[in-house]
Structures are given as structure tokens and as C-alpha cells.
Design a protein around this ligand. Structure first.
Ligand SMILES: *Cc1c(COP(=O)(O)O)cnc(C)c1O
Length: 385
């Protein structure tokens, strides 16, 4: 065997890193059978990889899915799902408050090819019911949303989707399979950006789609034909990360709950948004479908954008970055960064206030995070007094 060319999964322990562009066939017939898809096995880097297959199997097991397909990024997961399952003339209902690039993808590219899009409030089943048309082929949503922490009733939405033959796609990046299993609540497909909690240390980009085999087949075909395929190296990093995902998610949730409760009592803080707070308006629903709350906490500081920026600029332990899901804590000012392209009207409707901040709570000692935020929040007190 030539270096860098593996014959099949059997050549390698599945947790090893298989860096190879192509695979050697046993003979001409083996090549013909594998190319035609009549015999399982690896053919070419764009189609499949043993390390990636191990990552896919583990994600499928964690999500309770038949199978999973790994792709190059979270947005590549949306691209593969949309290209694989939608056609011109179809209609899609998107949840509000989604990761900003997701509605932009559907509006910029899918609408261009004749797929129409409606946005509905994830908390309001009536809006979803009203949005459904004969051509509605897909519901796509995130729960909880970020940064406002609105929660969708997955059982109710999946019942509506099933009744109308609509595919329900849930982006589970924030909760990960550790805290929420949308498929068990009736969703058809789950999407993840692996760059967030799945990696957990902000090293690699990637994405994955999990769900039913019949729906994943056309999604996998998109990789083979359109090419948003993952890197084997990244799959190998994610495989290692999955070993600590349950323990990390529990600790992110614990730190974030303590921090959210502490922020609620802080005199320089107006409002705190976190599904783990007793006063979360959808508390019962949260408890019925999530087994934890994750690491994202949003809050408004007393004052305006200047005050919010002051807090950001005076932090020392918490870094200023728009990423989420890292072991290190990070803060962002959504109105001027992640949601900066929204109009003032859209921001107001979505609750993205000028004094809103979002913390991705990491795994540091929570008292250090409180101390850092406390000294930064004092700058608000100083300005308003
Ligand atoms: C980051 C993110 C995405 C996009 O994933 P990429 O890996 O950045 O392409 C999609 N959904 C959610 C919820 C995200 O946080």
C-alpha cells in the first residue's frame, strides 16, 4: 500500500486519522462495484473518509438517529439539506431569532432558485399554522434561540409538520445532543455547527446533519456532487472532543446558571435572559424538552450602547469575540456585531437592544467570571451616578 492511500475502514483503527485523498481498490471489479454504490466502501475524499465515518456514527448514536452526514461547516449542513431536499416552487418556514447567516442563506440563495421563505416566531404555534401552504416542504428552527432564549415547542411543531408532510429541521448547536434530542421529540433532521460546543475549544470548523436514512441519502449525494465535504483532520479533533462533551455541557450549564442568577441581583443589570432561570417565561416547556441550559447568557446593562461597550472594554478574563461554545468565556455586543446587519426595526422586533450583551460562559472558576464582570459593571454605575 502506498503511503496516504488506505484500502478501507479495515486498514485503520476507526479513531485514527486517515489522511488520504483516494483509496486503493482490490481489483477492477471492486472499483466498479464501489463506484456504482453496489458495494460499500471508500472511493474518494469528497465522498467519505473512515475518520469522518467514526465521527458520524458517534453523533448519530448521541442524537438517537439512524445515521449522520458530516460536512465542512454548519452552513454547509444547511446547504446540503436545502440542495438535497428542496426544489423550485417549495416553501420553507424559518424560525425567527436564528443564527444570522441561516436566514441570509435561504433568502440570498434558495429564493434565487424559486424557494420561498416565511419567518415565524418560534414561541407561537399559530404563526406556523398560518404560514403553512400546500407547497410548504420544510420547517427550520433553533431552540432555544440566541441571544433572546426563546423556546420552540418541538412536540407541537413536529405534530403540525407530520400532519402536513413537512420535514422538520432543528439546529441543535446550542444544546448539543447532551442537553436536547430533537429527534426524540419528533424532528426529522438535526443540524449542528461543530465549531461550537462539539469542538469546544475553538480549533476547527465543521458541521453535521443527523436523522432518518431516507432523508440523509439525498443530503450525502450533495457532498459527492456539490462538494461541501469535511476535513478528516477536523473529524478526528471532533471525535476526541465528543469524549468530553457530556461533562463539558454539564459544567457550562452549571457555571452559566450561577452567573445568570448572580447577574439578576446585580444593580447595574436590567434584565437577564437564560432558560435556566426560574422566571424564564417558558419554564415548563424548557423543563419538558431540555435536560440542561447550556452556556449562553444574555443580559441588558442599565444605560445605553455606550454603557454596554464600556462593560465589554473593561473585561480582562472574558474575551471579546463573537464565537460561542469554547471552554473560555467570551462576550459579544449583538446589536453591533452578530446582528449588526439588521435594520433598527428588525432589531427592535427581535429584542436586540443597544444595551444587550451575550456571554458564552466557559469553564473557568465562576467566581473569577463574577469578579471580572463585577469590576466591568462598576463602570456603568460610575457613568450613571
Ligand atoms: C455558528 C452557527 C451556525 C453556522 O455554523 P458554521 O460552522 O459557522 O458554518 C449555524 N447555527 C448556529 C446555531 C450557529 O451557532
Amino acid at each position: 500500500m502506498r503511503a496516504g492511500q488506505y484500502q478501507d475502514l479495515s486498514d485503520l483503527h476507526s479513531e485514527g486519522l486517515a489522511l488520504t485523498a483516494s483509496y486503493v481498490f482490490a481489483d477492477a471489479e471492486d472499483a466498479a462495484e464501489k463506484f456504482a454504490g453496489r458495494r460499500p466502501g471508500n472511493v474518494y475524499v469528497r465522498f467519505s473518509n473512515p475518520t469522518t465515518a467514526a465521527f458520524e456514527q458517534r453523533i448519530a448514536a448521541m442524537e438517537g438517529a439512524d445515521a449522520a452526514v458530516a460536512v465542512g461547516s454548519g452552513m454547509a449542513a444547511y446547504t446540503a439539506v436545502a440542495l438535497g431536499l428542496l426544489s423550485a416552487g417549495d416553501h420553507v418556514v424559518l424560525g425567527d431569532g436564528m443564527f444570522g447567516t441561516t436566514p441570509r442563506f435561504f433568502r440570498t440563495y434558495m429564493e434565487k432558485f424559486g424557494v420561498s421563505v416565511t419567518i415565524a416566531d418560534v414561541r407561537d404555534l399559530g404563526q406556523w399554522r398560518a404560514a403553512v401552504r400546500d407547497e410548504t416542504a420544510m420547517f427550520v428552527l433553533e431552540t432555544p434561540t440566541n441571544p433572546m432564549m426563546h423556546v420552540a415547542d418541538l412536540r407541537a411543531l413536529s405534530a403540525l409538520a407530520a400532519e402536513r408532510g413537512i420535514v422538520l429541521v432543528v439546529d441543535n448547536t446550542l444544546c448539543t445532543p447532551v442537553l436536547q434530542n430533537p429527534l426524540a421529540l419528533g424532528a426529522d433532521l438535526v443540524i449542528h455547527s461543530a465549531a461550537k460546543y462539539i469542538d469546544g475549544q475553538g480549533r476547527c470548523g465543521g458541521g453535521v446533519v443527523a436523522g432518518r436514512t431516507d432523508l440523509l441519502k439525498p443530503v450525502a449525494e450533495v457532498l459527492r456532487t456539490a462538494g461541501p465535504s469535511p476535513s478528516a483532520f477536523n473529524s478526528w479533533v471532533f471525535l476526541k472532543s465528543l469524549e468530553t462533551l457530556p461533562i463539558r455541557m454539564r459544567e457550562h450549564s452549571r457555571n452559566a446558571t450561577l452567573l445568570a442568577e448572580w447577574l439578576e441581583e446585580h444593580p447595574a443589570v436590567e434584565e437577564v435572559y437564560y432558560t435556566g432561570l426560574e422566571k424564564h417565561p417558558q419554564r415548563e416547556l424548557v423543563d419538558a424538552q431540555q435536560s440542561g441550559h447550556g452556556g449562553l447568557v444574555s443580559f441588558t446593562v442599565r444605560g445605553d450602547q455606550r454603557d454596554a461597550w464600556n462593560v465589554v472594554d473593561n473585561l480582562s478574563l472574558i474575551s471579546v469575540t463573537t464565537n460561542i461554545g469554547d471552554t473560555k468565556s467570551m462576550i459579544t455586543h449583538p446589536a453591533s456585531t452578530t446582528h449588526g446587519r439588521m435594520s433598527l426595526y428588525e432589531k427592535e422586533r427581535a429584542g436586540i437592544a443597544p444595551n444587550l450583551l451575550r456571554v458564552s460562559v466557559g469553564l473557568e472558576d465562576v467566581s473569577d467570571l463574577m469578579a471580572d464582570l463585577d469590576q466591568a459593571l462598576r463602570t456603568v454605575d460610575a457613568r450613571s451616578s
